[in-house]
Design a protein around this ligand. Structure first.
Ligand SMILES: *Cc1c(COP(=O)(O)O)cnc(C)c1O
Length: 357
């Protein structure tokens, strides 16, 4: 058991009044969780304190060398008013793998679950209840050591902040336009693509901004080495329904192992779909598009759950699928996943975890 020292916020904030206008990452709750690490001492001083600014040396390595990893997960309000998490053990173990890649001390998985449970329970009033709204949970691990030489990495801080967020789809699921990125790369083989680290995001803004200027909402990333294989879409994993089968890029060190991806594959297989996890050449994809074999395209990730893709821009030309409408498998997956996450449907998988359990 982790001993968590709790200092309650003496001046709790007013909650956002209109839960239909929460947006993403605009509001933060009254408390945050923090725990420190020092070489020799290990993890210590677990505490929940009022949400406030940090005081940190400007020489902290997080500011210079991108020593930062994070997780993204949500707490969902059930119809009976209780609050629940979705596969939090998966976030705990992924964060451990990200830490190992970045030479950071892994945050113990049992601490992770306890910290999330305790913090969300304390700020449970902040979990919104408008349809589709959630409490976004952002566990983060940074290096706050001030040795710019990087000879030793001795001091780290783990923290969790919470943000009530709006529904991505206030008017129902909406298909988006994405652009195949033929120049920039998100990551490379042997790099940090599979780790949820800040640097992967920093390096992808330029291409994303350019795509936005061209009228696309996300980029479809190809592999960094050859630019021949499909990898991810924005910060989501990608799936295609081609001739009735589901095809998704296999995990390797360049694809982020998404929990929504994993859950979708398990669900789809349970419904009898054949799911191929493999290398998907963009040339093969374009052939299938030309032959009108591509029935559905969708992104999968915690933030939007399922993002239907209606249009793919490639080589300056736009290709539409399914008449720009949402496919039946996309819709079913969205309905079932969201229903399960919000406790509106039974959970035969054992994926949901109630707060306070
Ligand atoms: C977080 C993330 C995903 C989605 O992972 P989930 O666990 O499903 O939220 C996909 N790709 C990238 C690059 C990510 O950072």
């Amino acid at each position: 058991m982790l001993h968590i020292d709790i200092r309650r916020n003496p001046a709790p904030k007013a909650k956002p009044e209109d839960e239909t206008k929460l947006g993403f990452g605009k509001y933060y709750t009254d408390h945050m969780f923090i725990m420190d690490y020092e070489e020799g001492t290990g993890w210590h001083d677990a505490r929940i304190v009022p949400f406030e600014n940090f005081s940190m040396t400007p020489a902290a390595l997080v500011y210079h060398y991108g020593m930062c990893i994070f997780e993204g997960m949500k707490a969902y309000r059930r119809p009976d008013g209780a609050v629940q998490l979705f596969r939090p053990d998966e976030n705990a173990s992924r964060m451990k793998r990200s830490a190992e890649r970045m030479c950071m001390p892994p945050f113990p998985e049992e601490y992770f679950l306890e910290a999330v449970q305790t913090l969300v329970a304390l700020d449970a009033d902040w979990v919104p209840s408008e349809p589709g709204t959630t409490l976004y949970i952002r566990p983060t691990l940074i290096c706050n050591h001030d040795d710019l030489s990087m000879h030793a990495l001795d001091r780290f801080m783990f923290f969790i902040i919470l943000s009530p967020v709006g529904s991505y789809y206030t008017g129902g699921l909406q298909p988006v336009r994405i652009k195949v990125e033929e120049e920039a790369s998100r990551c490379v083989r042997g790099g940090t693509g599979f780790a949820k680290c800040g640097g992967n995001y920093a390096g992808s803004f330029q291409a994303t901004q350019q795509a936005a200027r061209e009228g696309y909402s996300q980029v479809l990333w190809l592999d960094g080495a050859t630019k021949q294989y499909v990898e991810e879409v924005g910060s989501n994993n990608i799936m295609f329904k081609i001739g009735g089968k589901i095809v998704t890029p296999a995990l390797g060190d360049t694809v982020l192992p998404g929990i929504t991806r994993k859950s979708s594959i398990e669900m789809l297989k349970g419904w009898g779909y054949e799911v191929e996890e493999r290398l998907l050449p963009v040339a093969e994809l374009m052939e299938h598009i030309e032959a009108e074999n591509v029935e559905e395209v969708f992104g999968v990730g915690t933030a939007a759950i399922i993002t239907p893709v209606g249009t793919l821009g490639f080589g300056g030309k736009d290709y539409e699928f399914n008449g720009g409408k949402i496919g039946e498998t996309t819709q079913r997956l969205y309905d079932e996943l969201v229903g399960l996450q919000f406790g509106q449907r039974p959970d035969p998988y054992g994926w949901t975890v109630r707060i306070g359990e």
